[in-house]
Design a protein around this ligand. Sequence first.
Ligand SMILES: Cc1cc2nc3c(=O)[nH]c(=O)nc-3n(C[C@H](O)[C@H](O)[C@H](O)COP(=O)(O)O)c2cc1C
Length: 347
Amino acid sequence: MSEQMRATGLAAELGAQTPIIAAPMAGGPTTPELVVSTWSAGGIGFLAGGYVSAAKLAEQIDQVRAAAPLFGVNLFVPNPVLVDPSEYLRYRLRLETWARHYRVELPENPQEDDDAWQEKLQLLIQQPVPVVSMTFGLPESHAITSLQRVGSRVLQTVTSSTEAALAQEAGVDGLIVQSNQAGGHSGTWSPHQPLGKTTTPQLVRRIRAESTLPIWAAGGIATPAAAQDAIAAGAEAVLVGTVLLRSPESGAITAHKSALADADHSGTVLTRAFSGRPARALRNEFTEEFTASAPSGFPAVHYLTHPLRKAAAAQEDSRAVNLWAGTGFAEASTDPAADIIRRIAGH
Ligand SMILES: Cc1cc2nc3c(=O)[nH]c(=O)nc-3n(C[C@H](O)[C@H](O)[C@H](O)COP(=O)(O)O)c2cc1C
């Protein structure tokens, strides 16, 4: 039996019993139920603020707040990766065969937005939550201090020593150290650059040696042993994402849940093919065909492939769906989220 893990440091101060955090997963997988279930197991759940409107996020916050006093909210920080217009057209052309197959129209011109950053920030300032985490970039320091002034702890997702140092300088309360083992989008601030091969414990150890901030580790953690490794490397807590995707509380679409349990999807790949930003997904026909040639460009490439992904998902056809998954995907089970959290904590 592995030893039972207890929350320490910032997580304990916030009121968590266990150092296991449900990672924010935008695009549907995170639900208020998943966040509440995590809290019921003694951990901290994060709502995913990305892609939803500020009004929808407010609704989800109210729903969680009614049941759980401790939770976090994650936001995408505007850090536009502008797509080269000719590369956009070239990619759009290559996607045409798939568009014809699924009978969808692809947007002709790149569509950019900032994920309603100001509105969501204002919402969190007016209706404060215990923890706010940021990904994709570092917000301006007034955003960090405004959130801290209303009582929130601000955590910054970092993927390198350089990002960790800049985040500490900007005054955040803690770091989410995410390695490239993580499922879904990398939080990297410079998505044009390759992500490197550092494992989660290696990255935690490196940043622990340089930073005095609390570290919560993310990437490929799906077993008690992996959680213990990250904690032994210097993390106070760990975030788990993929391992929760098949739980009944997860809002992941059927094609995604089934693919995670399907031996045909035998591995994961880092790819820009779906969104123009590096993300780890199960290999499927789409990643095989487009990973090598897809351009950088977020959110323009996300919007470009959206009609394909939506049509494929509606048919429960996993070939063109972004099957986000971290390296520990084989451990994802259909158990209730609270049981998964307790299992990883060694309870
Ligand atoms: C389906 C999915 C969606 C994700 N969406 C977000 C997100 O909205 N914001 C964010 O900061 N991280 C997001 N991530 C990354 C997770 O927060 C976390 O870093 C990752 O799940 C940890 O690795 P693991 O999946 O191997 O456990 C997502 C991950 C997945 C699998």
